[in-house]
Design a protein around this ligand. Sequence first.
Ligand code: ZN
Length: 656
Amino acid sequence: MYHTFRINKLRLKPFLNVISDIKKIHNVDLSDISKVTNIRKLLRQKGFPVQDGFTSVTTKCTICMEEKTEQKKTDNKLFVNKTTGYFLCPKCNIHGEWNVLERLMKKSKLEGTIKDYIDDLQQKIDNFQNDWKKVLEETTSIIDLSENETLELFRLFEYPYHHEASKVLSDVRVSEDHTVLYFPLKNSLDKVVGYHKVQAGREDESESCGLYAAGLFHCKATRTSRNDQAILVPTIQDVLHLAASKVPGTLIWLNNCSLPPVLLPCLENYQRLCLWGDWDNMRAVAEKLGEERCRFVRPTDGLVTATEAAVANLSLKTLVSEAKPAAHRSITTFAALRDDVYAELTNIDKVRGVKWRRFPGLTRLLGGHRRGELTVLTGPTGCGKTTLCAEMSLDLAQQGVTTLWGSFEIRNSRLARTMLQQFAGVPLEQNLQEFPKFADDFQKLPIYYLAFHGQQPIKVVMEAVEHARYMHDLSHVVVDNVQFMLGVGDEREGDRYLRQDAVIAAFRTFATARHCHVTLVMHPRKERESEDLSTSSIFGSAKASQEADNVLIIQDKRLTAVRGKKYLQIAKNRYSGDLGIVPLDFDKDALSYQSKKKTKSKQDEPDKLLDECFEEYSLEVHDSNNARTPKNQKNKNKSNNADTFLSDILNLNRTR
Ligand SMILES: [Zn+2]
């Protein structure tokens, strides 16, 4: 078996009508991922010393050895990631997929392609060194500025100032006009392998340059004792606050709490890590780092970051010393949970999840989009499930929710086109002159696409999803749709439902265990045009509605009723139990179901809306008999239908 598949982050090139041109930045061959046992075995077979670390096994680097025979022992360390097999030597900066290293180890002589690969990397390393040299020449160190200049600089960047701040940031370079800062990113040998450039007033557009982002910015508070602990925080402001409070340990700036696996070797030597930042993100970080050495600073009174705690005059030193372990225990007590419970209570808005900006009605009912949940979206064929799902996920991605799309039914290029048009809000073909601008902005969104199409075995899909989660810290996975993992063939219907249950169970487990939201798009089992879809009849078995936290059904009444509308029914909501409907008005130009401003007053009255919906429902029944049904009779029927509708929902909840 030799599968080759890739996870692409879409990049849309500014070609006029060739939106389908997809450039791959992330190109990961899963077939190359080897289990850690295989890695160890091969290394031992070849006579290399193997050392087990938290996230990597380390061994000697053969590439450095070939260059020079005399190397200091500690310098000559090659890290091999235990999960992916990705290798990295901080000394010579050579890095790559496991299969490259495997070939290097197995062959006594350097292969042509491998040699080219290494030469190419070395060229990039030289280029970066020149680049960094230029930065050093054109800038000065913060420590060389006068006190007034430093004060002015910190005011400009809105950094917290204290009298030793420039000493703490002595590695940081300042441009001549004092508007740009360069933070050096160092690897495990303290070599500069990149830099983070921040421009005053444009902090959002700061960029990282250098070698494959394999370095971190770190510093220490002045005159603190030596310490094998590192404190990881999401912003430079947090770093400065901790330094001002003289918190001992290495202060590491983990930009936005994101930890690409290539950074793991930089943190391998720390015995104790303290994570202080957004709980959801930091949990994913701890899992990668090895939970046994991680501790968390939990939110206190709703104060999530070190900066917030510092502004509230809390002692950062105390908070760090009281950080709690991250390690999971299979059996726990309330005493161990109380901090988590308290953190949830004081941080309730966050707990409700990320709010949809385009669908305020949905936000009002569901609270928001939360990690660790399973959502099932269904509706009749051709009702726009994919389009709606694309827009809902786009909305979240625009707010920083890292999303993986598994689109098995329609090609990624078409899906990306839909999302781009939703993003732009105008028909693309009539606005080609603006295409490069839209595409450039869209490209910055944290959306990844699985390069799968058509039928796929669930095992292969899960492997890819797991891998993507590890690499890109996903918080949302969309699968469109489940039917593409059930295989083809004309077996009995019952077998098909068994397989469907297995797929749902797999994603349910993934969502909970990996603390990631999963949205499954499903086709309904039966469609009779005259009937509303109800949760009890759609999935073929009860599994989907039992396992799902949220069940969303698109109801399209336009074909069957005179005044019929399309709406989204929230048929299950485990979080708050609120059920109801959200109207869907389609804007063809923007490919959008986004609620219009004019309907705003309606959205504010969900009850009224629900009544309207029932009214339509009853109209539909009576249209054929007598369009002039007396009003009182109409109302009677209306309440009857409302009863069936509600009992459907109640039955669904009872199946739990
Ligand atoms: Zn090396």
